[in-house]
Ligand binder design. Sequence first.
Ligand code: THU
Length: 171
Amino acid sequence: MSIRVLVTGPKMKTVKVETILQVFDNIDELPAEAASLMENAKQARLKAYAPYSNFSVGAALLLDNGQVVTGSNQENASYPSGLCAERTAIFYAGAQFPQAKIIRMAIIAGSNLSETSSPIPPCGACRQSIAEYEIKQVAPIEIYFMGETGKVIKSKSLANLLPLMFDKSFL
Ligand code: THU
Protein backbone atom coordinates (compact mmCIF):
# COMPACT_ATOMS: atom_id res chain seq x y z
CA MET A 1 0.00 0.00 0.00
CA SER A 2 1.31 3.45 -0.80
CA ILE A 3 -0.21 6.85 -0.15
CA ARG A 4 0.46 9.57 -2.71
CA VAL A 5 -0.42 13.20 -2.39
CA LEU A 6 -2.50 14.19 -5.42
CA VAL A 7 -3.49 17.76 -4.64
CA THR A 8 -2.29 20.10 -1.95
CA GLY A 9 -4.59 22.98 -1.02
CA PRO A 10 -4.20 25.61 1.67
CA LYS A 11 -6.00 23.56 4.36
CA MET A 12 -6.17 19.98 3.10
CA LYS A 13 -4.55 17.47 0.78
CA THR A 14 -6.18 14.92 -1.47
CA VAL A 15 -4.30 11.62 -1.32
CA LYS A 16 -4.50 8.43 -3.32
CA VAL A 17 -4.11 5.06 -1.59
CA GLU A 18 -2.74 2.45 -3.94
CA THR A 19 -2.52 -1.34 -3.63
CA ILE A 20 -0.40 -3.24 -6.12
CA LEU A 21 -1.21 -6.92 -6.66
CA GLN A 22 0.07 -9.65 -8.94
CA VAL A 23 -2.45 -11.73 -10.84
CA PHE A 24 -1.58 -15.23 -12.08
CA ASP A 25 -3.76 -16.91 -14.71
CA ASN A 26 -4.01 -20.12 -12.72
CA ILE A 27 -2.32 -22.20 -10.04
CA ASP A 28 0.16 -23.66 -12.56
CA GLU A 29 1.66 -20.20 -13.13
CA LEU A 30 2.63 -19.78 -9.46
CA PRO A 31 6.20 -20.17 -8.22
CA ALA A 32 6.61 -23.83 -7.14
CA GLU A 33 6.62 -23.09 -3.38
CA ALA A 34 3.42 -21.05 -3.60
CA ALA A 35 1.72 -23.69 -5.76
CA SER A 36 2.62 -26.34 -3.23
CA LEU A 37 1.22 -24.25 -0.35
CA MET A 38 -1.98 -23.69 -2.35
CA GLU A 39 -2.27 -27.49 -2.66
CA ASN A 40 -2.07 -27.68 1.14
CA ALA A 41 -4.83 -25.08 1.36
CA LYS A 42 -6.92 -27.09 -1.10
CA GLN A 43 -6.59 -30.21 1.07
CA ALA A 44 -7.45 -28.17 4.18
CA ARG A 45 -10.58 -26.83 2.47
CA LEU A 46 -11.90 -30.40 2.26
CA LYS A 47 -12.00 -30.40 6.07
CA ALA A 48 -14.13 -27.25 6.34
CA TYR A 49 -17.20 -27.54 8.53
CA ALA A 50 -19.62 -25.25 6.72
CA PRO A 51 -23.13 -26.73 6.97
CA TYR A 52 -24.78 -23.30 7.25
CA SER A 53 -23.13 -21.25 4.54
CA ASN A 54 -22.08 -24.11 2.25
CA PHE A 55 -19.01 -21.99 1.57
CA SER A 56 -15.75 -23.81 2.26
CA VAL A 57 -12.42 -22.13 2.79
CA GLY A 58 -8.94 -23.59 3.26
CA ALA A 59 -5.83 -21.74 4.39
CA ALA A 60 -2.22 -22.87 4.63
CA LEU A 61 0.76 -21.12 6.18
CA LEU A 62 4.43 -21.78 5.57
CA LEU A 63 6.57 -21.00 8.61
CA ASP A 64 10.28 -20.23 8.60
CA ASN A 65 10.91 -23.46 10.55
CA GLY A 66 9.59 -25.40 7.54
CA GLN A 67 6.27 -26.28 9.16
CA VAL A 68 3.08 -25.99 7.16
CA VAL A 69 0.03 -25.13 9.27
CA THR A 70 -3.45 -25.38 7.80
CA GLY A 71 -6.96 -24.39 8.79
CA SER A 72 -10.48 -24.40 7.46
CA ASN A 73 -13.64 -22.52 8.38
CA GLN A 74 -15.50 -23.98 11.34
CA GLU A 75 -19.12 -22.91 11.63
CA ASN A 76 -21.54 -23.00 14.53
CA ALA A 77 -25.33 -23.06 14.97
CA SER A 78 -24.76 -19.79 16.81
CA TYR A 79 -23.39 -18.18 13.64
CA PRO A 80 -20.95 -15.62 15.08
CA SER A 81 -19.27 -18.35 17.13
CA GLY A 82 -17.79 -19.89 14.00
CA LEU A 83 -14.34 -18.99 12.72
CA CYS A 84 -12.82 -18.32 9.31
CA ALA A 85 -10.15 -20.59 7.85
CA GLU A 86 -7.45 -17.92 7.92
CA ARG A 87 -7.86 -17.21 11.62
CA THR A 88 -8.14 -20.90 12.48
CA ALA A 89 -4.77 -21.40 10.78
CA ILE A 90 -2.96 -18.32 12.05
CA PHE A 91 -4.11 -18.71 15.66
CA TYR A 92 -2.98 -22.33 15.58
CA ALA A 93 0.42 -21.24 14.23
CA GLY A 94 0.67 -18.58 16.94
CA ALA A 95 -0.30 -21.08 19.63
CA GLN A 96 1.95 -23.92 18.50
CA PHE A 97 4.96 -22.07 17.08
CA PRO A 98 5.09 -18.68 18.78
CA GLN A 99 8.71 -18.05 17.78
CA ALA A 100 8.31 -18.92 14.11
CA LYS A 101 7.81 -16.35 11.40
CA ILE A 102 5.13 -16.81 8.77
CA ILE A 103 6.54 -16.57 5.27
CA ARG A 104 3.36 -16.88 3.24
CA MET A 105 -0.32 -17.77 3.38
CA ALA A 106 -2.37 -19.47 0.67
CA ILE A 107 -6.18 -19.28 0.68
CA ILE A 108 -8.68 -21.12 -1.48
CA ALA A 109 -12.41 -20.59 -1.13
CA GLY A 110 -15.70 -21.25 -2.80
CA SER A 111 -19.30 -22.34 -2.60
CA ASN A 112 -20.07 -26.03 -2.19
CA LEU A 113 -23.08 -25.57 -4.45
CA SER A 114 -21.54 -24.02 -7.55
CA GLU A 115 -18.04 -23.49 -8.92
CA THR A 116 -16.29 -20.32 -7.74
CA SER A 117 -13.70 -19.13 -10.22
CA SER A 118 -13.04 -15.62 -8.95
CA PRO A 119 -10.31 -15.10 -6.34
CA ILE A 120 -11.76 -14.81 -2.82
CA PRO A 121 -9.87 -12.34 -0.61
CA PRO A 122 -9.64 -12.75 3.17
CA CYS A 123 -12.40 -10.92 5.07
CA GLY A 124 -11.70 -7.76 7.02
CA ALA A 125 -11.57 -9.50 10.40
CA CYS A 126 -9.02 -11.99 9.07
CA ARG A 127 -6.93 -9.19 7.57
CA GLN A 128 -6.85 -7.48 10.95
CA SER A 129 -5.82 -10.74 12.65
CA ILE A 130 -3.11 -11.53 10.11
CA ALA A 131 -1.83 -7.95 10.41
CA GLU A 132 -1.13 -8.51 14.10
CA TYR A 133 1.27 -11.37 13.30
CA GLU A 134 2.92 -9.46 10.46
CA ILE A 135 3.66 -6.60 12.85
CA LYS A 136 4.75 -8.99 15.61
CA GLN A 137 7.29 -10.70 13.37
CA VAL A 138 8.47 -7.48 11.69
CA ALA A 139 8.47 -9.20 8.32
CA PRO A 140 5.92 -9.31 5.51
CA ILE A 141 3.55 -12.23 5.05
CA GLU A 142 2.89 -12.95 1.38
CA ILE A 143 -0.78 -13.68 0.70
CA TYR A 144 -2.03 -15.75 -2.24
CA PHE A 145 -5.77 -16.22 -2.74
CA MET A 146 -8.03 -17.88 -5.30
CA GLY A 147 -11.45 -19.39 -5.91
CA GLU A 148 -11.80 -23.12 -6.49
CA THR A 149 -10.33 -22.60 -9.94
CA GLY A 150 -9.03 -19.74 -12.04
CA LYS A 151 -6.88 -16.74 -11.30
CA VAL A 152 -4.67 -16.43 -8.23
CA ILE A 153 -3.94 -13.05 -6.68
CA LYS A 154 -0.74 -12.36 -4.76
CA SER A 155 -0.18 -9.54 -2.30
CA LYS A 156 3.40 -8.98 -1.17
CA SER A 157 2.23 -8.36 2.40
CA LEU A 158 -0.87 -8.14 4.56
CA ALA A 159 -0.34 -4.40 5.06
CA ASN A 160 -0.76 -4.04 1.31
CA LEU A 161 -4.31 -5.46 1.70
CA LEU A 162 -5.28 -3.32 4.68
CA PRO A 163 -4.69 0.36 4.00
CA LEU A 164 -4.78 2.61 7.06
CA MET A 165 -4.65 -0.35 9.41
CA PHE A 166 -5.23 -0.04 13.13
CA ASP A 167 -2.28 -1.40 15.08
CA LYS A 168 -0.54 -1.24 18.45
CA SER A 169 1.14 2.06 17.60
CA PHE A 170 -2.21 3.79 18.28
CA LEU A 171 -2.65 2.31 21.75
N1 THU B 1 -14.94 -17.37 5.56
C1 THU B 1 -13.62 -17.69 5.74
O1 THU B 1 -13.29 -18.80 6.19
N2 THU B 1 -12.70 -16.77 5.40
C2 THU B 1 -12.98 -15.53 4.91
O2 THU B 1 -12.08 -14.72 4.77
C3 THU B 1 -14.35 -15.19 4.55
C4 THU B 1 -15.38 -16.11 5.02
C5 THU B 1 -15.95 -18.35 5.97
C6 THU B 1 -16.77 -17.91 7.15
C7 THU B 1 -18.05 -18.69 6.93
O3 THU B 1 -17.87 -19.99 7.48
C8 THU B 1 -18.16 -18.83 5.42
O4 THU B 1 -16.86 -18.55 4.91
C9 THU B 1 -19.16 -17.88 4.78
O5 THU B 1 -18.94 -16.57 5.18
